[in-house]
Design a protein around this ligand. Structure first.
Ligand SMILES: Nc1ncnc2c1ncn2[C@@H]1O[C@H](COP(=O)(O)OP(=O)(O)OP(=O)(O)O)[C@@H](O)[C@H]1O
Length: 736
């Protein structure tokens, strides 16, 4: 057992210290020292030194008793159990970088009016279509984008449509499409094949669009909709194509696959081509697939209507518009009176944000969406996220939250961790006995390496739930209409402002209220300016306010000896309770070699994703600014993994030099390739997919070994510096 300060004296104390040191060496516990410039304590928590020591001492003793078993039983690999001494949680609140004053420029966000007073029956639609819109979809008045788009499309024009997330773009193209197809003179036959083709970037979106089309077609039973999206057996899709699909909804990859391999697919009657979430289609590197599809359609049919829709209008979208639209009408709902990029005032000091020179790059955000940002040192990220989830989804009623991560591995790791520790009936004893345990936290996860069946089930379950937390990658960022989502949390910052807009756009849809929280490290504070330059306004939420929720629930209270009174109040109490929560996470992660390995893989995936931020954001998100020891804590690891060491760097050095030469040209392609793994046609490497497992199984399998995720790249080309032997005052950082 490690020496406990204050309980030993004289030679026994020295012996205990030596033993503690030896244990530290044995388990590779390294210095917790930060870079010299980061040594300041966080200001809000700077309690008096003496009382701090006192509490740490007491806490160590008690926490050891209550939360940290003396020995862990660890699977030694050959089936035998081996007992290993526990290493206690090191201080979460020491040596953190100072949290900077957020220099937050106040910008005037672009606004759009969601609803109009106009009703659908004013459009001259088929009466059955109007009654379906009113009774089945239960909508009566048009949104702004619908009011502007439907008449244009009914006239047969091509259109480039841009309006904010959750403003009803799907109906904006589906209604005129159904209106025109039901009116086709010689009634459409199923065997005619496709009259309309709708391309969407993800499978969930394909299902969602299919659902809307299917509802609108209720009175027009002779028109058959169908969806191709991968994840299903190619054979059964071929059979459905052979029978005939008149409105075909597909992901690009899957459609290209059928164009190449299915004889029964033809486009001679195509009258509509819709590219929904066009910018995402491009981001994912589907441009080549779109070209293949356009070529296939162009050779068989010459006159058709083309529609391109997106919530964000990027250069890529206009490029795609150039190749796919013919003399289009450009529809943008942006409220002109709000479209001014001049910053009005500033909440902090500092330089003015760069002006938006390109209107393509500014985005409209729903007025009912409140955006927040919080600056959290790496060590505290995990407890901060957990505290926020508890605050919103456990202590408040009917809250539905989506948490975005940058890779599949990160989603799997956090999903399993939270399921085992925060979900009350399965959590460790400390949390299981929580007085508030009656409110059970429901966790779900969604990412591109899950089997399609499970993805669909999760999507539907979360759609129908009144409350719960969905942990996901950007596979859920675009287009998904998940009702009543109240909070969006971005645990890993998105790689572009467009991505930011789409992620937060999963809440505050169609006039509803919603909020978002972006979690940044202190070194990433400048990202707020980057958002401001795109007219995105975020207000700060203080980390201590998030952590203070832990004082509500006594399951996080430090148990003391009966004769010891609790001195902790205010910030000190928050520190203690946050440490209790961190200890719960660390205990779980260190409870077996397998869980340690999960955490390490997740950490590696995080570093890989961090290294893959685009060049224009590298000055904010650079692997060099990561303190590995601190980041490791946010994965419940008590120490930076040793296998990410100097020797590994040396081994890779030769390889790296060669890679460096090709890196520039390949990096974009590689990123697109990696991103596409989330959105693949579903035909490749089925073996790499996550099996549909029960919760119990899920927690006992390796989450990180199941393929790749968004922005997750293979072990980072640059790796981590050796921790051992480093001087205490030297930062443990990336070595290049
Ligand atoms: N006129 C309307 N009145 C009320 N609700 C509507 C109306 N039109 C659409 N909706 C609903 O609004 C929600 C959002 O619509 P939709 O998914 O089409 O938005 P979107 O603009 O495509 O969003 P994103 O850009 O995120 O894909 C859906 O649940 C839809 O049923």
């Amino acid at each position: 057992m490690a020496a406990t300060p204050g309980t030993c004296s004289g030679p026994p104390q020295a012996r205990a210290r030596r033993r503690a040191k030896a244990t530290k060496r044995k388990h590779g516990v390294s210095s917790d020292a930060p870079p010299a410039k980061r040594r300041n304590e966080m200001s809000f928590l700077s309690a008096k030194k003496t009382s701090e020591k006192e509490t740490q001492r007491t806490f160590k003793v008690k926490s050891h008793k209550k939360f940290s078993p003396k020995k862990y039983s660890v699977n030694a690999g050959d089936g035998k159990q081996e007992e290993k001494p526990c290493i206690k949680t090191s201080s979460l609140f020491k040596n953190n970088p100072e949290i900077p004053e957020l220099d937050r420029p106040v910008v005037k966000q672009a606004r759009e009016q969601v609803f109009t007073p106009e009703a659908f029956h004013e459009l001259g639609l088929h009466p059955h279509l109007i009654s379906t819109i009113n009774t089945v979809l239960k909508v009566s008045s048009m949104t702004s984008v619908q009011k502007q788009s439907i008449p244009v499309l009914l006239k047969g024009r091509d259109a480039l449509v841009r309006s904010q997330t959750g403003s009803g773009k799907t109906l904006a193209y589906c209604i005129p499409m159904v209106q025109s197809l039901q009116a086709v003179k010689s009634k459409i036959q199923r065997s005619d094949g496709p009259y309309a083709l709708v391309l969407v970037p993800t499978r969930e979106l394909a299902l969602q669009s299919f659902d809307t089309v299917q509802k609108l077609l209720k009175p027009f039973t002779w028109i058959v909709p169908g969806v191709l999206m991968g994840g299903e057996k190619r054979k059964s899709e071929k059979a459905r194509l052979r029978k005939g699909i008149n409105i075909l909804i597909s992901t690009p990859g899957r459609l290209v696959d059928h164009i190449k391999s299915t004889k029964n697919i033809h486009f001679s009657r195509i009258q509509w081509l819709v590219l929904d979430e066009a910018d995402r289609i491009l981001d994912l590197g589907f441009e080549k697939d779109i070209t293949v599809i356009l070529n296939a359609i162009n050779t068989q049919c010459h006159k058709r209507q083309n529609v391109l829709l997106s919530a964000t209008l990027t250069e890529g979208v206009t490029r795609l518009a150039d190749i796919s639209l013919h003399n289009p009408v450009s529809i943008s709902v942006l409220d002109k009176s709000h479209d001014q990029s001049t910053p009005k005032g500033r909440a902090g000091q500092g330089v003015a944000p760069p002006q938006t020179s390109d209107r393509l790059d500014s985005f409209a955000i729903p007025e009912s969406l409140e955006q927040h940002v919080t600056l959290v040192p790496s060590k505290l990220r995990l407890v901060c996220l957990a505290a926020f989830i508890l605050q919103k989804c456990k202590f408040e009623k009917d809250q539905k939250m989506i948490v975005f991560f940058s890779s599949c591995e990160l989603v799997e790791f956090h999903y399993n961790l939270f399921l085992q520790t925060l979900s009350s009936s399965e959590g460790p004893p400390t949390l299981r006995q929580a007085p508030s345990a009656s409110t059970r936290l429901k966790f779900l996860r969604l990412h591109g390496n899950m089997e399609q069946e499970e993805r669909t089930a999760v999507f539907q379950e979360f759609s129908c739930s009144r409350a719960g937390v969905l942990l996901c990658t950007d596979v859920a960022a675009r287009g998904l209409d998940l009702p009543q989502v109240t909070w969006i949390v971005q645990y890993n910052a998105p790689s572009s402002p467009a991505e930011y807009i789409h992620r937060i756009g999963r809440t505050a849809r169609i006039g509803c209220h919603g909020s978002s929280l972006l979690i940044l490290a202190p070194s990433e504070a400048e990202y707020v300016n980057s958002l401001a330059s795109h007219k995105i306004n975020v207000s700060e939420m203080k980390m201590e306010d998030i952590l203070s929720i832990l004082t509500i629930d006594d399951c996080f209270k430090v148990r003391r000896r009966e004769n010891q009174k609790s001195q902790a109040v205010g910030p000190q109490e928050i520190r203690e309770r946050a440490t209790v929560l961190q200890t719960v996470f660390e205990d779980y992660v260190h409870s077996s070699e397998r869980t340690v390995s999960w955490a390490k893989k997740a950490l590696q995936s995080f570093i890989g994703a961090y290294a893959a931020y685009p060049r224009e954001l590298k000055h904010i998100f650079h692997v060099r600014s990561l303190h590995l020891g601190h980041v490791a804590k946010s994965f419940g690891l008590r120490d930076a993994p040793r296998n990410l060491s100097v020797s590994a760097v040396k081994r890779r050095k030769g390889k790296l030099k060669r890679l460096d030469l090709r890196k520039k040209t390949q990096s974009q392609q590689h990123l697109a390739q990696v991103l596409r793994s989330e959105y693949s046609s579903g035909l490749e490497a089925a073996g790499a997919k996550v099996r549909n497992r029960s919760t119990q199984e899920a927690s006992s399998q390796h989450p990180a070994s199941r393929g790749r995720g968004k922005r997750q790249v293979p072990p980072p080309p640059r790796t981590i510096g050796a921790r051992r032997g480093q001087r205490k005052d030297k930062p443990s950082q990336m070595v290049f």
